[in-house]
Design a protein around this ligand. Sequence first.
Ligand SMILES: Nc1ncnc2c1ncn2[C@@H]1O[C@H](COP(=O)(O)OP(=O)(O)OP(=O)(O)O)[C@@H](O)[C@H]1O
Ligand SMILES: [Mg+2]
Length: 252
Amino acid sequence: MIVEINNLKKSYHPGKLAVNDVSLSIDKGESLGLVGESGCGKSTLARCLLGVERIDEGSITFNGKPLTKASRKHLRDYRRNIQTVFQNPTASLNPKLKIRDSLLDPYLQFKDELQLEHFHFTSKKAFVEQLLETVELPVELGDRYPHELSGGQKQRVTIARAISIEPKLIVLDEPTASLDVLSQGAILELLASLQQTLGLSYLFISHDLAAVYQLCQRIAVMKEGELLDMFQKEDIYDSSRHAYTKELISIF
Ligand SMILES: Nc1ncnc2c1ncn2[C@@H]1O[C@H](COP(=O)(O)OP(=O)(O)OP(=O)(O)O)[C@@H](O)[C@H]1O
Ligand SMILES: [Mg+2]
């Protein structure tokens, strides 16, 4: 088990829970899809998991240790091991930094405690090139600024940055939503192959049930803050699915 969320509650306004008593866990190397209508609390759950949102009740444990009582060292370990890729790559990249500097940033922050298995740091130049090649981008892009890249290329850069410090889990919050259909498919394929080669776990948030079905082994369904259903994807058409899940499937 990489992370375990137990009975998590989070509200922004008194009396209204954005996340209401959600429990779920993600295994090593597993990809869990999270679907549900806009405003149902998916991103809130993700932000709680990322430790950027304070939780009201419940617990989040990483490697068996609760986050709330974590030591500084454990928190830092947590921050390194849970990375994120958001919907809008333009907003995720500093416009004033060359791609190479954005790519180096997490490594430089954590280098003293990193023991990389897949990537090798021999020089900044070689490291950046290795990252760009891993996400199938031409190495020349390292010298450009974000505005000189397409949306799909920028999203590959944010993915490269996320994997650069070999985290255990990546939270993908609608990573393909801002891209055209062809780029979406290519990014999904890249994510699937990175998951294999790097042994990553994903929490993949999406409105696109077909994409979730393609990338994930397990699917969770939320509505109005609650987790209604969670199942292995093979069981998606099982008669025991929640009525709301059936409704979501019928729209596709
Ligand atoms: N920072 C915030 N302050 C106040 N309310 C918020 C904040 N963030 C989210 N909310 C509210 O919490 C609820 C859940 O929002 P959240 O962003 O988690 O939904 P979501 O499932 O990610 O939706 P979408 O699919 O549109 O991204 C919504 O009612 C939203 O208005
Ligand atoms: Mg959201």
